[in-house]
Design a protein around this ligand. Structure first.
Ligand code: UDP
Ligand code: MG
Length: 137
């Protein structure tokens, strides 16, 4: 079964959206394979978002993602990467469809509440960055 990495970003945690977001993945039928709350440090942020290094928004992105606790999770199920991205909505929340997480809870392009892996390869890389093997069920 495919796995994907999903993370509630600092503003989602701050606003008390963790339960809502977890519930959506549970109700959709995914199996929870891992979950933890943590504070991301700069080194982890730079590795997680390595593909964006050098882009104009990189510094503000690192600053945002390290600004407070996040909740990292691994969800398992059929087409997990693709389905999770559909459930999240597009990057700029202003364009995200109602019914998606970003479309229901954000107006921001930067502070868009949630992260989700964009491919099975990214998912494997991101899961390994955030979870030790024995932390996954
Ligand atoms: N981001 C930003 N400004 C931009 C584009 C992206 O601040 O112009 C942030 C935003 O938080 C986004 C993250 O960088 O979620 C990663 O960007 P990506 O293009 O990978 O979007 P995602 O995969 O999260 O939809
Ligand atoms: Mg991305």
């Amino acid at each position: 079964m495919e796995r994907t990495f999903v993370m509630v970003k600092p503003n989602g945690v701050e606003r008390g959206l963790v339960g809502e977001i977890v519930a959506r993945f549970e109700r959709r039928g995914f199996r929870l394979a891992g979950l933890k709350a943590l504070r991301i440090d700069r080194a982890l942020a730079e590795r997680h978002y390595a593909e964006h290094a050098g882009k104009p928004f990189f510094e503000s992105l690192v600053s945002f993602i390290t600004s407070g606790p996040v909740v990292a999770m691994v969800w398992e199920g059929r087409e997990a990467v693709r389905v999770a991205r559909t459930m999240m909505g597009v990057t700029d929340s202003a364009d995200a469809a109602p019914g998606t997480i970003r479309g229901d809870f954000s107006l921001s392009k930067e502070e868009n509440v949630v992260h989700g892996s964009d491919s099975p390869d990214s998912a494997a890389r991101e899961i390994a960055l955030f979870f030790a093997g024995d932390e996954l069920l």
